[in-house]
Design a protein around this ligand. Structure first.
Ligand SMILES: [Zn+2]
Length: 70
């Protein structure tokens, strides 16, 4: 039982670090804002946070939120 609690504590610590990283880099960002710059200052090609996160995690690009359209 003691080992199980220790293992669960390690799991919690591992998940909490990943959760904090996910919250800061995915949950708290505006998906349609530029990830870096307008593309003139570096090689980022003016990708949005949505495009960058989709590329980083190899997931389909979600469509823009309809409420954000003019
Ligand atoms: Zn840039």
């Amino acid at each position: 039982m003691k080992d199980s609690l220790w293992k669960l504590k390690v799991l919690f610590l591992s998940i909490s670090d990943n959760f904090k990283c996910w919250k800061e880099s995915v949950w708290d960002v505006e998906l349609d804002e530029l990830y870096c710059c307008n593309g003139r200052d570096c090689g980022c090609q003016a990708v949005t946070n949505r495009q960058y996160i989709s590329w980083q995690f190899q997931v389909d690009v979600p469509p823009p939120n309809p409420k954000d359209r003019p």
